[in-house]
Design a binder for this molecule. Sequence first.
Ligand code: XIL
Length: 347
Amino acid sequence: MQHHTVRPGLAALALSLSLTPTLASGQAPSLRTLASARGLLLGGAISGELFNTDNPDEAATVNREYNAVVAENAMKMRAIANSPDPGNYLFATADAMVASAQKNGQTVRGHTLVWHDSAPAWVYEIKEKAAMRAAMTQYITTVVKHFGDRINVWDVVNEAISDGPGNPLRNNNPFTVAGPDFIALAFRMAHAANPAARLYYNDYSVEGLNGKSDAMYALVKGLLADGVPIDGVGFQGHVDINFSVKDSGMQANLQRFRDLGLDVQLTEVDVQMVGNGSEKEKLARQAQVYGELLSTCLAVKCSAFMMWGVSDRTSWRAGGKPLIFDDGYAKKPAYGALLRVLQTARK
Ligand code: XIL
C-alpha cells in the first residue's frame, strides 16, 4: 500500500511556483522560492500569532519564506476534541490556518492524530480495548475527513517510542489500551479516511544512528511487512548547537529509511543556542548546524524541511533562541546558511 510516485504537495508546489513573481536581478530570493524550485516543502509551525494584527511581521515572514506550514498546536487532539462527541469538535482555529495557507499557496502538514502528550482527559478514562479502538477510529476518521484534500500529509502517530533502555513503545500512552497494533490501526484508519494522504510516523532524538532510531527502524519495517499504509518518517530535529550531523551518523540513518522505500522529512527543526561562547560564535555555530541539517536532508532526497516556529520571540523554546529569525524577525546567520544550501546543493 505504498504510493510513492507522487511527491507530497506537488500540486500545491506547482501552484506556489506559478504564483512566484520573477525576481528582479540583484534581489535576494526567498527560501520558499528556492525550495519550490527543487520540489522541497520548506516551512514551519504556525500558531495564533499568525492572526495577531499587532504583530504583522509574523504573517509577513511566514508568507514570504514558507511554502508549507504545520499547526503548532491547533490540530492536536486536545485542541480539537475536548469532548468525545464529534459534534463538539473544535476546528475553527485549524480551519483558519488552512484557509490562510491555501490563500498563500502553502501546503499544510497535518500534525498529529495519535500522541500521548496531547490526549484529552476523556481518552484516559477509556479502559476497554474495543472502546478505545472505536474512539480512535471515530476521532481519526472525523478529523481526516474534515480536512479532506486540504491536508494530504499527516503525522499519524507521534512519539510512540520511549527513551528508556531498549526503547520499547511508551508505557504512558493511553492509546495502548487499543492493543499492540494501535499504531497499525491508526494508519489504516487515516488511509481509509483519505486514501490520497501521505502518512508519517514522527519522533524526536532519532536523527542519528542510535538505539531509538534503531527501534523506529524496526517499528516501521514491521509496519511495512504487515502491509500498513505508511509512506514516510518524520524526524523532528529538535537539537542544539552542539549537535554534530556528521558524528551522529545522520545521513546514514536517514538513508536506511529511504532504502525501505519510505519518504523522509525533517519536521520540527530548531537548534538551541546553548553553552558558553559569545553570541556571535553561537550564531555562527547555529548557522552551521542548520545548513548541515538541510544539506543532509537534501542528500537523501527528503521531501520536507520544517522548522518549529517562525521567530525566536514565540518559539516554544524561546530561551534557546532556536530559530532562523530573531525576536524582531530579522534574518539570523542560520537563515543565510539555509539560503546558501538551497542555492548550491545538487538537485
Ligand atoms: C509543542 C508545542 O510547541 C508547545 O506549544 C506545546 O505546549 C507542546 O507541544 N514534539 C512535537 C510537537 O511533536 O507537537 C511539540 O510541540 C514539540 C515536540
